[in-house]
Design a protein around this ligand. Structure first.
Ligand code: GDP
Ligand code: CA
Length: 307
């Protein structure tokens, strides 16, 4: 069975790791968000692609929840000491990857090309595709003004309420090579338990992707990133409350109107399954607390279609 997963960073990456363990590395293609990409210290950082790479390579830091395990912070300490740009935490090992990526991009290699090389160097067999090779950047509209994604998320600690999200460059972006094929060839499409507004929406904003999903001939299942109406981490619940009017399964589902056939929701949300329309709820435990839990969740989500 071929599975194509649309995925943000940390939450999605955990799920993808489970999906690969269940279906096998060759059976899964991951389409990753690039709306959070940012230039820091002259380097091109792709936080969501890197979260996926690190998770699939088994290099991610489980405790901290992001970045690499065994990370050190010497370079950043020097940057701070020298009065350089230090608002965005980049560890020494992480920096090594950003150096390699940035050099390749400057030499004209597309992001999809360098991502494939990085994956292969890290012995990740799963195909990881950026949604687009073109420049697409998420902007957050708040009562305090409009901010590039990382300025709102990291520098301002996502404290501002979100009135809207826009994707600069999306109109002129093209799907990266392999993305439309991965959607067309899949037996199942999964929307990972990622933030609908800032992880999945920027992928769907690439012209052709939403249309491909809407025209799918195979099932598409979303996994809710909320448990008991609350985000496990991050601002997804606050964003849903303000932008979708609530945090129940129907509000999550509404973010994906016409795009999904089923939604995997947590037992803690099973009391409120009204208003899902044609979308079939699949109730299970969705907290990926450990390897077993993420494998079980992937099994349930992938089970949405007969093998
Ligand atoms: P980011 O780009 O690093 O913010 O990552 P994503 O957008 O992919 O994932 C963030 C979302 O993952 C948050 O809304 C969390 O609620 C959700 N999430 C994190 N861990 C879990 C989990 O174990 N289970 C579920 N259902 N959602 C999770
Ligand atoms: Ca992200």
């Amino acid at each position: 069975m071929k599975v194509t997963v649309l995925c943000g960073g940390v939450g999605g990456a955990r799920f993808v790791r489970g999906a690969v363990e269940v279906a096998g590395a060759d059976s899964v293609v991951v389409v990753g968000n690039v709306g959070d990409d940012v230039e820091v210290l002259g380097l091109h950082v792709s936080p969501d692609l890197d979260s996926i790479l690190y998770a699939l390579a088994g290099l991610n830091d489980e405790q901290r929840g992001w970045g690499r395990a065994g990370e050190t912070w010497e370079a950043l300490a020097v940057v701070r000491e020298l009065g350089g740009e230090s608002w965005f935490a980049l560890g020494d090992r992480d920096l090594g990857l950003h150096l390699v990526r940035t050099q390749a991009l400057r030499a004209g290699e597309p992001l999809s090309g360098v991502t494939a090389r990085l994956a292969s160097a890290l012995r990740v067999e799963t195909r990881l595709l950026p949604a687009t090779d073109d420049r697409l950047r998420t902007w957050i509209e708040t009562p305090a003004g409009s901010f590039p994604f990382q300025e709102w998320f990291v520098a301002r600690g996502h404290r501002d309420e979100v009135d809207g999200v826009r994707f600069e460059g999306a109109d002129a972006a093209a799907p990266a090579p392999g993305v439309l094929e991965a959607l067309a060839e899949a037996d199942l499409i999964v929307l990972a338990p990622s933030n609908p507004f800032v992880s999945i929406a920027p992928i769907l904003a690439v012209p052709g992707l939403r249309e491909a999903l809407a025209a799918r001939r195979v099932p598409c299942v979303a996994v809710s990133p909320l448990i008991g109406g609350r985000a496990v981490k991050g601002p997804a619940d606050r964003m849903l409350a303000r932008l979708a009017g609530g945090t129940s399964p129907r509000h999550v589902t509404r973010c994906y109107e016409g795009l999904v056939d089923a939604i995997v929701v947590d037992e803690a949300d099973a009391h409120d399954l009204a208003g899902l329309g044609e979308v079939r709820p699949i109730v299970t435990r969705t907290l990926m607390a450990d390897a077993d839990a993420r494998r079980r969740l992937a099994e349930v989500a992938l089970g949405a279609v007969p093998a």
